[in-house]
Design a protein around this ligand. Structure first.
Ligand code: ZN
Length: 241
């Protein structure tokens, strides 16, 4: 099976369509959360995901957009976007987000948004944070999102982890090492590269491959301007920050 891993779509339909096109034929989508928030197309992204065979967990922005999470920890721009998304979501799409669970286990993989230890909130941004998280899932591999930065952490011993290079377009063999894998963000990349980021898992070959895809950023930005989104949220898409 070919599984497309699309994380942090963030209501950016142009980016979402670009990664779907680039992935070509795949059997399933796994989404480690944040389908909505920040972007101008929350309904369209939820509906597009529903058209595909998929598994999806809840992210902090999904919960904020349905009133399940207080936005007092959000910066003002993120809180504005969460409020706008909440007002904009159609009832059936809100229902979909309400049904998302915090954690899913499928085959060798645990899927969460932030971390297996704190699925909604924790950012696994370095090996020191990754290391203790290996004790919080039972499968061999864990898929996360939330940081919008593509990265792989490998367990090197009890309570120890290191970063593995995630090389663009090069299949990484999944062997006996336990890994925490972040495919990067589709709708709001934050590693200084504005192209949409995603990964493909090949369950027969037992490899995972990371890809970047340019998309019409200005299309998304024009929609955001029309609605009156905070300027910082519009501009950051051009820089991948
Ligand atoms: Zn996110």
């Amino acid at each position: 099976m070919q599984i497309a891993i699309f994380s942090d779509i963030h209501g950016n339909l142009a980016a979402f369509e670009a990664v779907i096109d680039h992935a070509g034929s795949f059997d399933q989508v796994w989404c480690p959360g944040d389908v909505v928030g920040y972007g101008p197309d929350p309904n369209e992204c939820v509906e597009r995901l529903r058209e595909l065979p998929h598994l999806c967990v809840a992210g902090n922005h999904d919960w904020a957009s349905i009133g399940k999470l207080d936005t007092h920890n959000f910066n003002p721009d993120a809180a504005w976007a969460a409020h706008w998304t909440k007002e904009t979501l159609r009832p059936q799409n809100r229902e979909c987000l309400l049904r998302l669970s915090k954690k899913l286990v499928q085959d060798d993989f645990t899927i969460v948004h932030g971390s297996p230890r704190h699925p909604i909130w924790e950012y696994i941004s370095n090996p020191l944070i990754a290391a203790p998280n290996f004790a919080h899932f039972d499968t061999k591999f864990c898929l996360v999102g939330h940081t919008h930065v593509p990265v792989i952490f490998q367990e090197t011993g009890p309570g120890m982890a290191e970063i593995l290079p995630f090389q663009l377009d090069v299949p990484l063999p999944l062997d006996d090492k336990r890994l925490i894998i972040n495919p990067g963000g589709v709708g709001q990349p934050r590693d200084g590269i504005p192209d949409a980021s995603y990964a493909v898992l090949d369950t027969e070959e037992r490899t995972i491959t990371y890809h970047r895809v340019p998309y019409p950023i200005r299309e998304t930005q024009a929609k955001m301007m029309k609605v009156g989104f905070p300027v910082r949220l519009i501009v950051r898409l051009s820089y991948g920050i």
